[in-house]
Design a protein around this ligand. Sequence first.
Ligand code: COA
Length: 376
Amino acid sequence: MSTVNKAGLEDVVVSTSDICFIDGREGRLLYRGYNVDDLAAQSTFEEVAYLLWFGALPTRKELDAFVKTLSSTANRKLPPKLIAMLRVLPKKTTPMEVLRTGVSALSAWDPDAADNSREASLRKAMRLTAQMPTLVAAWERVRRGKAPIAPNPRLSLAANFLYMLSGKKPTELAARTFDVALILHADHEFNASTFAARVTAATLSDMHSAITAAIGALKGPLHGGANEQVMLMVEKIKDPAKAEAWIRKAIADKARIMGFGHRVYRVEDPRAKHLRRLASELGKQVGDESSLEILNTVARVMTEEKHIYPNVDLFSGAAYKAMNIPTDQFTPIFAISRVAGWAAHVLEQHGNNRLIRPRSEYTGSTRATYVPIAQR
Ligand code: COA
């Protein structure tokens, strides 16, 4: 039995996969061989979901048919009883708790729930990818005492989400920015949530169970929860003029700064530059670039002093903030994109499955003598 000598499975290769490649030294990220920089510049989230699930870029005809199904009201709408369920949840329930609960509940209404064939799992992947934005937006409305807004099948997944959140069609810049953010978050190899999805799928459990497990893993602040923590840091710093002193003190106090560092990247995360640019463009449009100014100062000092670089979570929040999206919705937004990657990994796992069941190195006692309870 081989022993893992680095904690947290660092650098341990646990499986082969054709889906995603990360070069942590060069700062390169590929989905199915395509550089994420090219996808962010030229693709759409829908096209990327197709690429992740089917392994190749679609033709125009294939993409049109795919988008039509993915954006159909039949796939995007929530069962009315699920919306009734949302209404009975305490208003303080966090959006990630609601998403985790709602995705799990959706299987109760899914016609393919018990079918793990590739065709059925693809239909479930399609439905979950279509339903999750509706669920996230519906909770935002319900917790504010407003009625959920029905999805608009003529809008892209990105534009429709922003529309269901606010009731207004987004500007072109906001819709494109959001779409690019979704592209950039769609997959990332064997990160914690994807691994959770694959471990679940490897027991031959179903798509909804795997995605629910992944949402639970994404919620933590060391993973998807970091983007929300970044914005809380920006709100604490408040004034760009105070950012440098704040971060220098945080470094001196040995604080962990959210939005920095990565298990795989030794350079800046290749996704960060896109989000920095988009946050800047949106900030200019709304006339408030203070969040970005704060983040740029924090990034400069972290890089100079600690040689720890921005990850994907540093700049996404500044872009979402400029779109007026509440901070605690940032991690659910990560999930409505990453579901595309999670589903691709579930499909791949089911396509060539073996139970994932590692060992631990036992460090406990082997000589305990049982003492009956009356004598303890
Ligand atoms: N702020 C301050 N120091 C950090 C840091 C951060 N964000 N990330 C890593 N470090 C430092 C650690 O203190 C540690 O220093 P030490 O060796 O002197 O003790 C060293 O870098 C290695 O950190 P470690 O936590 O062992 O790395 P990891 O690979 O286990 O963790 C993360 C990776 C992502 C969990 C970690 O970088 C982190 O906590 N980042 C902040 C949360 C975040 O943004 N998560 C989103 C990731 S996309």
